[in-house]
Design a protein around this ligand. Sequence first.
Ligand code: ADP
Ligand code: MG
Length: 700
Amino acid sequence: MADYTLDTEIKYLKGVGENRAKILGSELQLTSVFDLIYYFPFRHVDRSKLFRIADIPHTDALIQFKGKITEFKETQLTNRTLLTAIVADDSGTIEIVWFAAHSWVKRSYRTNVEYLFFGKPNVFNRKVSVVHPEIEPIENYYKKHNFTFAPIYRIPDKIKKSSISTKTIQSLVEQAMEIAQGKIVDFYTPQFLAKHTLMPLPEALKNIHFPGNHEMLALAENRLKFDELFLLQLDLMRQFKLRKEKIDGIVMPAVGRFFNTFYHHKLPFTLTGAQKRVVREIFENIKNGEQMNRLLQGDVGSGKTLVALLSSLLAADNGFQSCLMAPTEILAKQHFASITKMLGDMDFRVEILTGSTKKKDRKGLFEDLAAGRVHLIIGTHALIEDPVVFENLGLVVVDEQHRFGVAQRAKLWKKGQQTPHVLVVTATPIPRTLAMTLYGDLDISIIDELPPGRKPIRTVHYYDTKREKLYDFMKEQIALGRQVYIVFPLITESENFDYQNLEEGYERVTANFGRDNVVMVHGKMKPDEKNAAMQRFVNNEAQIMVATTVIEVGVDVPNASIMVIESAERFGLSQLHQLRGRVGRGAEQSYCILLTSYKLSADSRKRMNIITSTNDGFVIAEEDLKIRGYGDIEGTRQSGLPFELKIASIGRDHSVLEYARKVANAMIEDDPMLSKPEHQALRQFIRKRLKDSVHWGMIS
Ligand code: ADP
Ligand code: MG
């Protein structure tokens, strides 16, 4: 062991071997001593505390108790056998349950012998039981332990089969900590640690696994969370600054005839205050040689597309082409239609390119693009394909960015001689503080105001037993000339079960409204069929569209004024809000009707209450984050982060995050390249953590 280092592979540790090493590597990404030290437990069990059986709390906290097994019982259920044991101490009894490994259990533990049990109590049928506890000889309780709080590690079921348990990891981490003795060097200076009251790294790593007490654990957690959030922001800020300094943005100082003609003679309404502000922010950004990388957030219908058009007019005034990428063909077509309509007879040439653009049309289009005869091209993925060459691409607008991968965007950047300005448009509002972290490498603009005169959408919640009443209401509205969306949830596109729901719904609707008046659209349809169905709805040949969430990304049918959401309890708040945004675009009063079953969980009921009580996307986003935690948003963005967060949560660790941002900001101001001697260790550590990740910053 003497010459082992932090880089020693774990197969050399006691109790590992080639086989387990392979599994630990592939399933938990644990290959070295260093990795083990950074494999943090997700909780600890207090081994000093022993519960009397009668006092076992009805919570899901891990607890420890002792007792004798008085009997084993096997119960035959419909599809499996249950093994239970009754464990008794002098205060009472408790049931232990196993779903598997019955013969092994009966061989390993004897009745009337005292054991030590660890597990999570469950309440079922008003009886407390513990499922699959860990069982140890009672001597272990009296033995002196290395640690009072035993770390519990996350072990995927898949590797439990290879008999890798939390105890296996415990023993490996113990060995790793021993090897690491004296080899872990803090990458902060003592002054830095003192100034920010951070626990030194060797102590923090020891205490995160084997804490001396609650306070030490809290300090260790704080230090390691700070590290992650600080390094994350340091990296994003550094990239941000580097880009600003290194990449010469295309200079676009002119406001010329394209912009002015449109603004003064074509724009059919005045811009909202928020739109004006955002256009100004964009112009300030592009006029003096800085490369723009900007996130434009705004609720559905807040007029983001118009801002995108205005930006491309500015680009044209400076002699540059623009492209607008939409996530679907339908959306691309809609943008094309609404933009050409607004432009009227202006000599600003807009073209469209999608997967279904005909070959013979493509050739001419490609030539015109390469010769700079097209000012704005609107399209889908097809724009990324190789034959597309611009004369001078100056602005890229990416709509609904969640649907576009980083790599795809990178490909598009390359199509200009100089890095074009980039505007990412999203209708999923994210609270500002969160956005600043997740998108720390982007500037942010927010449209927080809807165009005037919009009638707020009326949202109501019905139990699905009231469907008859809903149909009556739909009939009234259709008679008035309106159109209706009916949306069904889809968990995964592969689950036939979900389509069955949709098909049943379709049958029910057609039985009431006639086949000719209803179209169905879902993700499994061929693109042609889907487009044809959508088109029938857009043309008002059909008054009802029954769909899965394919419509979520934004068809624009101003005449559609009713959104019915079936099984609304199965949607998240943000999704409900997005769906609702499909209506309320015309002059008529619009409605959103949420149908749920009578049985609702507390969370679902809360979601229904929130969505029926506000139309403000930012409020909904905040509430959504409170209910769900930041998991989903982090998840979507996670792949774009320079490294995975193991212990910190951008949502829950708000105060650490805020603090870390301030500290990171100050450090970047002081030493942007981290080239000062006191920052060398930090720089090295960042490199180590980033070793395997695609680097976000390199792409733009
Ligand atoms: P978003 O892309 O943010 O969902 P759009 O740009 O598609 O919103 O705008 C939604 C609708 O509102 C469009 O029909 C658009 O013409 C209209 N609109 C945009 N800005 C204004 C404004 N300032 N005043 C009135 N209507 C507007
Ligand atoms: Mg839009």
